[in-house]
Write a protein that binds this ligand. Structure first.
Ligand SMILES: Cc1cc2nc3c(=O)[nH]c(=O)nc-3n(C[C@H](O)[C@H](O)[C@H](O)COP(=O)(O)OP(=O)(O)OC[C@H]3O[C@@H](n4cnc5c(N)ncnc54)[C@H](O)[C@@H]3O)c2cc1C
Length: 235
């Protein structure tokens, strides 16, 4: 069935990090989505100018009637600027979805599951982790994610709690803009693979340069390319 634009109401808008805002939307599509999928949003200015962008769903599919989006404010960003600074609870926006058939994980697929996210690229991986915790907590999973500083880590408290409490989940955090900071590199990839074991499924998400660099490192570390799925946010 073709996707149709529909109205969705913003029910909450709260800061997630200094650069990322979490929006909760009540959606009327009445159908389940899959962890990893995204939606398209469309804004229309009073003069008729329209702007359309994609945003991954951060929340778990077990709560399909409301979705959380985590939107990073980009310098001069037309749409992210609106969501970061202007949108408020009660506003109605146009949205269509859920979208995406390849970058999705269902508990039935099992694991081990390696999730690699750069910055806001962690968003669809959060949906997978939340779904896994509810539906398949025995599946071993490791999230390797990079952020600029500790304050920029999206869902930091949740991820640290999961790392401490969930026996089959491990968090590997890489900070890029702190003294001694680094990027995800061959060493961090090797250490993650040693800790997890060979993943059956690997998901990589972030900006174009991040996805290219991380995918190359994973292939160089010996992972078959066919087991690696990627989602590029642009940039
Ligand atoms: C499938 C998919 C899912 C996505 N999910 C999310 C999400 O969950 N959260 C989120 O914050 N974004 C997500 N994005 C990115 C989002 O769609 C927009 O591209 C982003 O918000 C920028 O839009 P803008 O209108 O603010 O910026 P624009 O006005 O389009 O661009 C402003 C400037 O930022 C640069 N730019 C554009 N996109 C990026 C980028 N991703 N990284 C770095 N620089 C960029 C442009 O080159 C330009 O210089 C997703 C993209 C895709 C394709």
């Amino acid at each position: 069935m073709p996707l149709v634009w529909q109205e969705a109401r913003i029910t909450a808008a709260v800061p997630e990090t200094p650069r990322v805002r979490r929006l909760t939307l009540a959606v009327g599509w009445g159908k389940p989505f899959r962890a990893g999928q995204h939606v398209d949003v469309r804004l229309t200015a009073p003069d008729g100018h329209q702007a359309q962008r994609s945003y991954s769903i951060a929340s778990s599919p077990t709560r399909p009637e409301t979705i959380d989006l985590l939107i990073e404010r980009l310098a001069d960003g037309e749409v992210s600027g609106f969501f970061a600074d202007v949108a408020e609870p009660g506003d109605v926006i146009e949205l269509r979805g859920p979208i995406g058939g390849a970058f999705v994980w269902d508990p039935a697929e099992g694991g081990p599951l390696l999730l690699v996210g750069g910055g806001s690229g962690v968003v669809p991986l959060l949906s997978m982790l939340r779904h896994r915790a509810e539906g398949a907590p025995d599946v071993p999973a490791l999230l390797l994610t990079s952020a600029r500083t500790p304050d920029d880590v999206i869902a930091r408290e949740e991820l640290m709690r999961r790392d401490a409490e969930e026996p089959n989940f491990q968090l590997r955090l890489v900070l890029t803009r702190v003294p001694g900071g680094r990027r995800i590199d061959a060493d961090t990839v090797r250490a993650a693979l040693a800790a997890l074991g060979t993943p059956a499924h690997t998901f990589v998400c972030g900006s174009n340069p991040f996805v290219s660099a991380a995918s190359d490192l994973l292939v160089e570390a010996g992972l078959p390319a066919r087991t690696i799925r990627t989602e590029r946010f642009g940039g």
